[in-house]
Design a protein around this ligand. Structure first.
Ligand code: GLA
Ligand code: ZN
Length: 675
């Protein structure tokens, strides 16, 4: 994490791109931004073209001057390496750095994140630039973190990638016989005789042309997704290593994007000194979706705090409709990040630019150029509040969750690559059903990988565990046997890690734990639904309805319609000391809340607090105490009845049990609970 002794308080600030402005304006920006109480700037994110105007020339004059100003104004620096967009000369001279799209077209120079991460030319120059930067600023004293590249992502299908993919496969599978087995290549006469027969799986080869998601050979596409993510990780590690050579003690990160499909962030987690991410919800995302992404990011390093690297102070430019953050929401969402484990409150960006696609992206300083704006006022009030009321109190605090939701990128890729049983199956959407129900009742939840140790949890939920990797079933078996509660859903346990079906009845190796077997599944179109009864209520069943048989489990609800009426939809199996639940369909919101609450009650798992609807409660703990964050997502005033006494940090008032704590529209309160 950022070096606390140097920071002393929660880092507040964000991306500043002075290279887009005349030098004479910089000092005025610093003046104004200091008024907003910023203490950190992310610099040099997209600056390669100016830093290196040609192959052999480097020029640091501007960056040196900006660094001087950061020192003069007492601002810490999160230093980026600028390798997220290459200069035009490089593309002109070495077209092999340009990415190739899924339909086989080589891109021209343009956009950003535009280099093939497997291009030896790109890597050579990225390495050289990083070396120059790290050597030059090693002793500057105010760099508190390094920010490698920017939002790694996308995918390339060029010849570099094809060649490297073959090597990656050879290393993994050793022989073409094994490759033929794991990809099931006797299907459609695909047998490969030589590694040279392997081609990239894109629209010219295996991908379906109509949706760009599904593929004829799931095994090939799955390995390509893994390979693509690994290649970018190699680039990250390459730059990180160089930085560490010069500044071994300064932590290194890159900014993630939440639930971003192309990159297996869980695999990247251990390479980052701390996780950081950019929170840009869609205008119609609810607070649960945002909270889930924060928790996903927190899980990447086993619960270690992360950094909120970017969020917009107002609107971002790239949405269909760029809806303003309502007054108070800038503050609310900043504290929501902190409540879920962020140790920073940072933004994109400090100053709005005047040309190209981000000219209408809100900044602290907007086009009017003064501090006389609503956004500047809200930002500086938040800056002052963090500086005076929070200081560094919450830094390093952890979340203690008894419930975990399993999230796995391989599962995400494989389940959605699948041709059948339904294109309505969506991995993240299924996970959010469970997360949201728990979130709305304020249960702390960790989002963990299949590698995470389960024994610290009481209740583990694995939505859509389509791929049950070798050994994972045994892990679940032991967990349940020793008293844990496990829940999984339809479309689970079908395949092993190569996307080969495990025969003997679904859900494969999980059958004995769940005490069921699934014979068939009925995919329902959007306009159709079945239903089942649960606890006297009629619950809708959508997307996929499993037709399953009990083998030891009891049915908690049975379908009411169609030829499978009477067959179990939801089951419970006692296994060892624990229980395993199976939800064989997509139910509705009220079912998830009721069902999960019953399980939590039985397990005596307590929510962070009991609140009125729309108030989110989350807890973090460190040596300074236990912080209860109360976040009012409603556009109206409401209140919370205090359950444990404490000092409310933002208002500075002590509360005792039973007292009413008022929260205005989009308001935040933080109770530091008395020991
Ligand atoms: C991303 C990038 C930033 C900026 C913002 C705009 O998060 O990292 O450079 O483009 O989006 O929303
Ligand atoms: Zn490539």
């Amino acid at each position: 994490m950022v070096e606390y002794e140097k920071v002393k308080q929660i880092p507040f600030g964000g991306d500043y791109n002075p290279e887009q402005w005349p030098e004479e304006t910089w000092e005025d920006d610093f003046h104004l931004l200091k008024k907003a109480h910023i203490n950190i700037m992310t610099l040099n994110v997209f600056n390669w073209a100016l830093l290196q105007p040609d192959e052999t020339t480097y020029c640091f004059d501007k960056l040196d001057k900006v660094m001087e100003l950061t020192k003069k104004y007492g601002v810490n620096v999160c230093m980026a390496t600028s390798t997220g967009a290459h200069p035009a000369w490089m593309a002109r001279k070495y077209p092999d750095i340009l990415r190739v799209t899924a339909d086989g077209k080589r891109r021209k120079y343009g956009r950003r994140h535009n280099a093939c991460q497997n291009s030896p030319t790109y890597r050579k120059y990225a390495k050289a630039l990083t070396e120059q930067l790290a050597a030059r600023y090693a002793d500057c004293g105010n760099i508190v973190a390094w920010h490698i590249s920017n939002e790694y992502g996308g995918v390339c299908y060029c010849e570099n990638c094809e060649k490297k993919f073959r090597i990656w496969l050879q290393k993994k599978y050793k022989t073409t016989e094994e490759l033929n087995r794991v990809w099931n290549l006797n299907f459609w006469s695909h047998t490969m005789y030589d590694w040279e027969d392997v081609v990239v799986p894109n629209l010219l080869s295996e991908e379906f042309e109509d949706d760009g998601i599904r593929t004829m050979f799931q095994g090939i596409s799955l390995d390509y997704a893994r390979f693509n993510s690994d290649g970018m990780l190699e680039c990250f590690n390459m730059e990180k290593e160089i930085v560490k050579k010069y500044m071994p003690d300064v932590p290194v990160t890159t900014n993630f994007m939440g639930a971003y499909k192309p990159i297996d962030y869980q695999k990247w987690g251990e390479s980052l000194d701390f996780v950081s991410w950019d929170n840009y919800p869609n205008y119609d995302d609810g607070p649960a979706e945002i909270a889930m992404r924060h928790d996903l990011m927190r899980g990447l390093k086993n619960g270690k705090p992360f950094a909120l690297m970017e969020q917009t102070p107002g609107v971002s430019n790239w949405q269909e409709v760029c809806k303003l953050k309502r007054p108070g929401v800038l503050r609310l969402w900043s504290y929501q990040a902190v409540a879920h484990g962020s140790d920073t409150v940072m933004f994109f960006q400090m100053k709005q630019n005047i040309g190209a696609c981000e000219k209408f992206h809100t900044a602290f300083i907007n086009h009017v150029g003064t501090g006389e704006t609503r956004v500047f006022r809200e930002a500086s009030e938040l800056g002052a509040e963090l500086e005076k009321k929070i200081k560094g109190l919450t830094l390093g605090a952890r979340t203690d969750a008894k419930i975990a939701i399993i999230f796995d990128w391989d599962n995400w890729w494989a389940a959605e690559n699948s041709a059948g049983p339904s294109r309505r199956i969506r991995y993240v959407e299924e996970a959010i059903q469970y997360y949201k129900a728990l979130y709305e009742m304020n249960y702390p939840v960790d989002i963990i990988s299949v590698e995470t140790e389960l024994s610290g949890y009481q209740f583990v939920i694995a939505p859509l565990l389509y791929m049950c990797k070798t050994g994972f079933d045994e892990k679940v078996r032991n967990f349940v046997r020793e008293g844990g509660t496990f829940l999984t859903t339809y479309f689970s346990g079908y395949v092993e890690e190569h996307d080969l079906v495990v025969c003997g009845g679904y859900p494969g190796k999980l059958k004995d734990i769940l005490g069921i077997w699934v014979e068939e599944s009925d995919a329902l179109p959007k306009e159709e639904e079945n239903c089942f009864s649960y606890g006297g209520n009629k619950v809708l069943a959508r997307i996929l309805c499993d037709l399953l048989h009990l083998q030891g489990a009891e049915a908690l609800g049975v379908y009411e319609k169609d030829f499978y009426a009477g067959m179990p939809a939801v089951t419970k199996n006692k296994f060892g000391q624990g229980n395993a639940y199976y939800v064989g369909t997509r139910a509705d919101e009220s079912f998830y809340r009721g069902f999960l609450k019953e399980i939590c009650d039985e397990l005596r798992i307590k929510p962070a607090a009991c609140t009125n609807p729309g108030i989110e409660a989350a807890v973090r703990k460190n040596a300074n105490g236990t912080f209860l964050f109360l976040l009012n997502h409603n556009s109206y005033e409401t209140s919370y009845t205090v359950e444990r006494p404490g000092l409310e940090l933002l208002g500075g008032k002590n509360y005792s049990v039973g007292e009413e704590l008022k929260l205005g529209a989009y308001d935040v309160r933080i109770l530091l609970e008395a020991e």
